[in-house]
Ligand binder design. Structure first.
Ligand code: GCW
Length: 703
C-alpha cells in the first residue's frame, strides 16, 4: 500500500499531462478551450453557476452556447442556463437596454456603439454577476468571446470593467472561391462553400468558419472570387446562397458576394450593362430586391471591374463612380454596401517606357473621382500600390480620397509571402502600413483614414482575402492561422501591437506555458523579416515568378512584360526610379511631407530604396553596406535564420501536442530548404547581372 500510493499519484500526473497534450488537428483554431491547469481551483471558486440570457435570438443563443462550452472545457464546470435573473452567481448576457432594466447600477452615460461590448462585474447582496453587455446582439457575442479568451489565457475575470468598441463598421473577410470548388490563390484545400457549380450540401465547415470569424469580430464574409462568375446571381443560386447566410447568421456574420459588372448581359439577358442605361439600373434593382427577399441581412457586394481582363465601365466610356453608384443605389434601400476595388491598372504596360508605372494607376484613376461615389460605396484599396508584395509603401490613394469611404484590403492567404508553406506572420507588416502617416493636413495615419475618422466618413474599414479551405488546419499550416487571428484583432483595434497579438494567439492555440509562448511568439514576430530577407530585398518586391504561381524564386520574370512589377535591373544598377525629378513621378502622389521622405536618397529608408529609386549596385546604404553586398548578405542571413526557426521549434518539443509539433516541424524543415533555393537563385542572379563578387566569397560557390 505504501508503495502503491506514490505510483498512483505519479501515474495520475503523467496521465493528466498527457491529456492536456492530446493530439490536435488545428481544426479548432484558437477556440480550443484547453483545460487550464494550475491555478484552476481557485479560479473555479470565482466562476458562476449559471448563465442568464436576458432575451432570445440566434446570436444570443450562440453566445450562451459558447459560454457553456468554453467554461466546461477550460474549467471543467457546466453552467446552468437560467431564464430569469435570480439571486445567484451568474453570467448575464444582454444588450445595454436589456441589462439596464435589471441592473440599476449600469449607467446610461457610457457610449457603447454597435458591435461594442462591456464586460462588467457587479455585486449585490453577496452575489456576483458577470455582465456581458453588447451594443447589439453581436456585441454580446463578441463580449462572450473576449470573456472566454481571458479565461483561456489564464487571466483573472474577478473584477471586470472593460469596454471595447470596434474601430470601424466594416470588418469583412473575403474568399476567392470559384463555383467549381477551386480557390484562386487558396492554399488550404478546396472550397468550404462550393463544389461542382453549386453550394455544398454540407455547410458544417461554413458554420465553423463563421464562429472563428465572429470570435475576432469579423461581421461579414464575401464567399466567392472577385473574378466573379456571373452565374452567382441567377435565380437558381439564391436559395443555395440563403443556406450559407443561414449558417453564418447565428454568428453575426453577414453574407456578401462578389459580382461581375457585366451580369445584366451575362445572366440578365440585356443588351447592355452600361451603368447609365436605365434597363441595366432596373436589372440591378430587381436582382438586389430578390437577394434581400431571401437574405434580409445581406451585407452587400464586392466589385472588381476594369481589372485584369474583367468587364468594366470603361467599355461604355463610363467611370468607376458610375459603375459603383448604379449597384449601390439598388442596395441602398436595403442597407447594403458596395465595395468597389481600387485594383485597376493596365496589365499591358509598355516595358520600354521609363515613365510607365503600374504603381501610379490606382491614384491616377480614382483621385479625380473623389466625391463622386454614393455614401454606401466603399473604395477597397490594397495596402500597397502594386499587389500584396512582401514589402510595399502604403498606397498613396489612402491619402487622396477625402470625400470617399475607404477600406484597406489585406491578404491573409499568403499569395506572395510563402503560400502557407513558409512561416510569415503578417501583423508587423500590416501595422507598418496602418500606422503610416499620410500627412494630409496634419497627422493622418492610414488606420484612421480607413476607419473613417480622419474625414468623418459614414463608412470605412477592413477587408482581407482569407481563402480558408477544407484542409483541417483551414489554411494549410497550423501557424498560418495566426494571420487570420491577427487580421481580426487589428480590424477591431489597429492600435494593438503585434507582440500582444502574437502572444494572445499563441496562448490560445498552444497553451500558457511560458517557454511555449515566448518561443512561438518570437518565431512569429521574426518571420516576416526572415521571409523578406531571402526573397525580396530593399523594397524590390517578392522576386517570384510574376506570371505564374507567385511562389518560386524567379527575378527574371519581373521584367520584359506588361505586368509592371519591374525592378529594372541591369549590369550597373537596380530599382524603379519613381522620383518626381527624374522618374515616373509616383512619389508626387503623396503629400509634400511624404514626398520629402521618399524623393531623396538621403531620406529614403533602405527598406524601400529599390521601390523608389534606381541606384548603382555600389550605392552605399544608410547601413553602410553597398546595395549588392546587402542583397548577398540578407539572402545568406535569411537562409540561416530560416534554419534557425527549425531549432527554435525543437525547443518546445514535448511541451505541445505531438501532432501539431510534427506537422509544423516538417513544414519548417521544408521552408529552411526552400530558403536556400531562394538564397542561391537570387544571389546568383544578381551576381550574374552585376559581375560584382560577394565580399564574403559565398555567392557562385556551390555549397
Ligand atoms: O494578386 C492578384 C492575384 C489574382 C487576383 C488579383 C486581384 C483574384 O494574383 O489572382 O485575382 O490579384 O486581387 O484581383
Amino acid at each position: 500500500m505504501n508503495l502503491l500510493g506514490p505510483t498512483v499519484v505519479v501515474l495520475a500526473v503523467v496521465l493528466a499531462g498527457a491529456s492536456s497534450l492530446r493530439a490536435e488537428t488545428g481544426a479548432e483554431g484558437w477556440l480550443r478551450y484547453a483545460p487550464i491547469v494550475g491555478g484552476a481551483v481557485s479560479r473555479r471558486g470565482t466562476i458562476p453557476d449559471a448563465v442568464i440570457s436576458l432575451r432570445n435570438s440566434d446570436v444570443l443563443n450562440s453566445a450562451k452556447g459558447e459560454l457553456i462550452r468554453g467554461i466546461a472545457s477550460t474549467l471543467g464546470k457546466r453552467l446552468r442556463a437560467e431564464q430569469n435573473v435570480s439571486a445567484e452567481n451568474a453570467v448575464v448576457l444582454g444588450t445595454l437596454e436589456d441589462v439596464r432594466r435589471h441592473f440599476r447600477e449600469i449607467e446610461s452615460s457610457r457610449p457603447l456603439g454597435p458591435d461594442g461590448f462591456w464586460l462588467r462585474t457587479v455585486r449585490n447582496g453577496g452575489k456576483k454577476h458577470w455582465l456581458i453587455i453588447g451594443g447589439n446582439d453581436r456585441g454580446v457575442l463578441y463580449g462572450t468571446f473576449a470573456f472566454l479568451s481571458r479565461i483561456a489565457r489564464d487571466r483573472s475575470v474577478d473584477d471586470l470593467d472593460d469596454l471595447e468598441t470596434p474601430s470601424a463598421p466594416i470588418r469583412w473577410a473575403s474568399q476567392w472561391d470559384n463555383l467549381d470548388g477551386s480557390i484562386e490563390r487558396g492554399y488550404g484545400g478546396r472550397s468550404i462553400f462550393f463544389d461542382n457549380d453549386a453550394v455544398r450540401g454540407d455547410l458544417t465547415r461554413a458554420g465553423q468558419y463563421a464562429r472563428l470569424l465572429a470570435s475576432v469580430g469579423i461581421n461579414a464574409c464575401a464567399i466567392n472570387n472577385v473574378n466573379a462568375d456571373p452565374r452567382i446571381l441567377i435565380a437558381d443560386f439564391l436559395p443555395q446562397l440563403a443556406r450559407v447566410a443561414d449558417a453564418f447568421r447565428p454568428w453575426g456574420v453577414k453574407l456578401a458576394l462578389s459580382v461581375d459588372l457585366g451580369s445584366p448581359v451575362a445572366v440578365g439577358g440585356l443588351k447592355t450593362f452600361d451603368p447609365l442605361d436605365s434597363a441595366a439600373a432596373e436589372w440591378w434593382k430587381e436582382t438586389v430586391h430578390e437577394v434581400y427577399k431571401r437574405i434580409p441581412d445581406f451585407a452587400g457586394f464586392v466589385v472588381k471591374a476594369d481589372s485584369e481582363g474583367r468587364s468594366g465601365p470603361s467599355q461604355y466610356g463610363r467611370t468607376a463612380a458610375d459603375a459603383a453608384n448604379v449597384i449601390a443605389r439598388a442596395l441602398k434601400p436595403h442597407g447594403g454596401i458596395l465595395m468597389y476595388r481600387a485594383f485597376v491598372y493596365n496589365h499591358h504596360l509598355d516595358w520600354h517606357d521609363m515613365k510607365a508605372d503600374r504603381a501610379k494607376a490606382a491614384y491616377d484613376y480614382f483621385h479625380p473621382l473623389d466625391g463622386k461615389f454614393d455614401d454606401n460605396v466603399v473604395l477597397q484599396i490594397k495596402y500597397g500600390p502594386i499587389d500584396f508584395q512582401v514589402r510595399e509603401p502604403a498606397s498613396p490613394l489612402f491619402g487622396a480620397m477625402q470625400h470617399t469611404n475607404e477600406a484597406i484590403e489585406l491578404q491573409v492567404t499568403q499569395e506572395y509571402t510563402g503560400q502557407q508553406r513558409h512561416l510569415c506572420f503578417l501583423a508587423p507588416m500590416w501595422k507598418q502600413i496602418l500606422d503610416f502617416d499620410m500627412h494630409v493636413n496634419g497627422a493622418t495615419p492610414t488606420k484612421e483614414i480607413v476607419e473613417g475618422k480622419t474625414w468623418r466618413r459614414p463608412l470605412g474599414g477592413f477587408n482581407a482575402v482569407v481563402n480558408v479551405g477544407l484542409d483541417e488546419t483551414w489554411l494549410g499550416h497550423p501557424l498560418a492561422m495566426a494571420n487570420l487571428y491577427a487580421y481580426g484583432r487589428l480590424a477591431w483595434n489597429p492600435d494593438q501591437s503585434s507582440e500582444e497579438i502574437s502572444a494572445e494567439w499563441t496562448r490560445l492555440t498552444f497553451g500558457n506555458n511560458s517557454q511555449v509562448v515566448a518561443t512561438i511568439s518570437g518565431m512569429l514576430l521574426s518571420s516576416w523579416h526572415i521571409y523578406e530577407s531571402y526573397t525580396g530585398p530593399l523594397g524590390a518586391g517578392t522576386l517570384t515568378d510574376i506570371v505564374g504561381s507567385h511562389y518560386q524564386p524567379n527575378p527574371d520574370s519581373a521584367e520584359h512584360n506588361g505586368w509592371g512589377q519591374w525592378i529594372r535591373a541591369d549590369s550597373q544598377g537596380v530599382g524603379m526610379d519613381r522620383t518626381i525629378t527624374t522618374g515616373t513621378g509616383y512619389i508626387g502622389q503623396y503629400s509634400p511631407e511624404v514626398q520629402k521622405k521618399y524623393e531623396t536618397l538621403a531620406s529614403c529608408p533602405d527598406e524601400l530604396l529599390l521601390f523608389m529609386h534606381h541606384v548603382p549596385y555600389t550605392y552605399v546604404l544608410h547601413s553602410g553596406k553597398t546595395v549588392i553586398q546587402h542583397i548577398y548578405d540578407s539572402h545568406y542571413d535569411g537562409g540561416a535564420e530560416a534554419a534557425g526557426l527549425v531549432r527554435q521549434w525543437e525547443w518546445i518539443r514535448g511541451k505541445i501536442d505531438d501532432q501539431r509539433y510534427e506537422e509544423v516541424l516538417n513544414k519548417l524543415k521544408y521552408q529552411a530548404g526552400e530558403a536556400i533555393v531562394w538564397r542561391d537563385t537570387v544571389a546568383n542572379w544578381f551576381f550574374q547581372k552585376s559581375g560584382i563578387p560577394d565580399a564574403k566569397g559565398r555567392v557562385g560557390r556551390m555549397s
